[in-house]
Write a protein that binds this ligand. Structure first.
Ligand code: HEC
Length: 158
């Protein structure tokens, strides 16, 4: 074995054995499809809940009334001006019904991607205002006030 090869083998073995938290989902910008750069994320958001979300793309805060209440208060400061106090739609579309401009928002994975990276026009990337844990709380609030067809609530399955 050459020195280079030995190094490579050691590296691969190390990568396999290191007990680092492995992210199992990948995140992409909802519009461009480019990989989202989580290094832009505000500090304090890499919580247990966020790590869990990165494993399977499901929001562990769904149905958690404490997180829903915090998410509501964050939503009122950061989103209601454009989406309405009951997410009924204003400058931006309604978020409580089952129509999505971007159908991936019916999954938590897709909704997180759109929040973090933004969409078109006035829907800017939310990493500027909220850390990733706060985004999950806001998402839990949006799911909590959902008034659409339960059959279209894809986040309940995946
Ligand atoms: C300055 C106004 C503004 C703010 C603040 C804002 N949005 Fe938006 N949002 C918009 C507009 C306009 C669109 C439509 C963009 C598009 O179609 O690409 C949009 C689109 C969206 C969509 C996609 C909806 C769909 O039908 O697929 C989601 C989800 C969303 N916003 C959530 C949020 C959340 C949550 C917040 C707060 C963290 C927020 N927005 C803050 C204006 C805003």
């Amino acid at each position: 074995m050459t020195f280079k090869r030995t190094c490579l083998a050691a590296f691969v073995l190390g990568a396999l054995l290191l007990p680092t938290a492995q992210a199992d989902i990948t995140l992409h910008n909802a519009i461009t499809g480019e990989a989202l750069d989580l290094s832009f994320a505000k500090k304090g958001g890499n919580t247990e809940a966020f790590k869990q979300f990165m494993q399977d793309g499901k929001n562990p805060y769904n149905g958690n009334q404490d997180a829903v209440a915090k998410g509501k208060s964050l939503y009122m400061t950061g989103c209601s001006g454009c989406h309405g106090h009951e997410a009924e739609g204003k400058l931006g579309p309604g978020l409580a019904d089952d129509y999505w401009t971007y159908p991936r928002n019916a999954t938590d994975h897709g909704l997180f991607e759109l929040l973090f990276g933004g969409a078109n026009g006035m829907m800017g990337p939310q990493y500027v205002n909220f850390n990733t844990d706060e985004m999950l709380q806001i998402m839990a609030f949006i799911r909590d006030i959902y008034n659409g067809d339960p059959k279209k609530a894809k986040w309940l399955n995946k």
